[in-house]
Design a protein around this ligand. Structure first.
Ligand SMILES: Nc1nc2c(ncn2[C@@H]2O[C@H](COP(=O)(O)OP(=O)(O)OP(=O)(O)O)[C@@H](O)[C@H]2O)c(=O)[nH]1
Ligand SMILES: [Mg+2]
Length: 229
């Protein structure tokens, strides 16, 4: 039977988190196609996923090195997904898997993109004040410079049709790390739905949010802004 949605999970050093997340996803809907893209995590994430694959229907794409978040998402969708809808999500338990059915239903009902949103009604975040300020600033920059008017353009949690995603792939920047923003700029979607959820802080594993990432963000905004003109 064709799965209703493919859940795309990029992982880098998420060994403890995948062991919690994969059973939770199967509790929500056993017919999701769960796809992990691991970049040769030194903590053995891929081995743990292979163990879990004996009990849960998951697919694993292993890449040879840390090639980045956006390219992991793209590879997962292009190489493994079969379902008509893809849901992109972090594997660190920050994103609340319980809203996945609503994201999927929104796309089935005609939304171009459905976003798991910290800032839409019903949404909130455990983020520190610094990170909240950074997200707010990033949102204003996206609105003013790129004309993207959604509440949470920096979300890593969203759903869309797989064929629409595939059509965009040639235009996306695999080096980026905020793939949703890239998609919103390229696609200019008319129908966007935002579903609020509580963004939880990472409990296990290490953060990849560093100064380098902040620098990459402004680089990405600059590139998108230049392309737009
Ligand atoms: N395959 C792959 N996955 C990655 C890479 N970088 C990050 N990820 C995964 O992408 C998701 C988001 O990364 P996070 O480290 O949670 O980034 P963040 O949410 O900005 O920062 P923290 O949660 O505070 O660490 C997680 O599931 C990571 O494991 C990468 O280079 N390759
Ligand atoms: Mg995270």
């Amino acid at each position: 039977m064709m799965p209703r949605a493919a859940i795309i999970l990029p992982t880098y050093k998420e060994i403890e988190n995948v062991a919690i997340l994969i059973p939770r996803l199967s509790d929500i809907d056993r017919h999701y196609e769960v796809i992990l893209i691991d970049d040769h995590s030194p903590d053995g994430t891929a081995d743990r996923v292979r163990e879990l694959a004996q009990s849960y229907p998951v697919k694993l794409l292993e890449r040879n090195g840390k090639l980045g978040l956006a390219s992991a998402v793209i590879d997962g969708v292009v190489k493994l997904a079969r379902a008509p809808i893809v849901v992109v999500m972090d594997a660190d338990l920050s994103h609340d898997e319980r809203i996945i059915p609503e994201l999927v239903a929104s796309v089935e009902a005609g939304a171009d993109v459905a976003i798991g949103s910290r800032f839409a009604s019903g949404g909130s975040t455990e983020d520190s004040r610094t990170r909240r300020f950074f997200s707010w600033g990033a949102k204003q920059v996206a609105r003013l410079l790129l004309g993207v008017r959604v509440q949470d353009p920096m979300s890593g949690f969203f759903a869309m049709r797989r064929d629409a995603f595939n059509n965009l792939v040639p235009k996306l920047k695999p080096k980026g790390f905020k793939i949703l923003l890239d998609i919103l700029v390229r696609l200019r979607p008319e129908r966007v739905v935002e579903v609020g959820y509580l963004f939880r802080s990472r409990q296990k594993g290490e953060s990849k949010l560093t100064g380098v990432i902040a620098g990459q963000y402004f680089r990405m905004i600059w590139d998108l802004w230049r392309d737009r003109r």
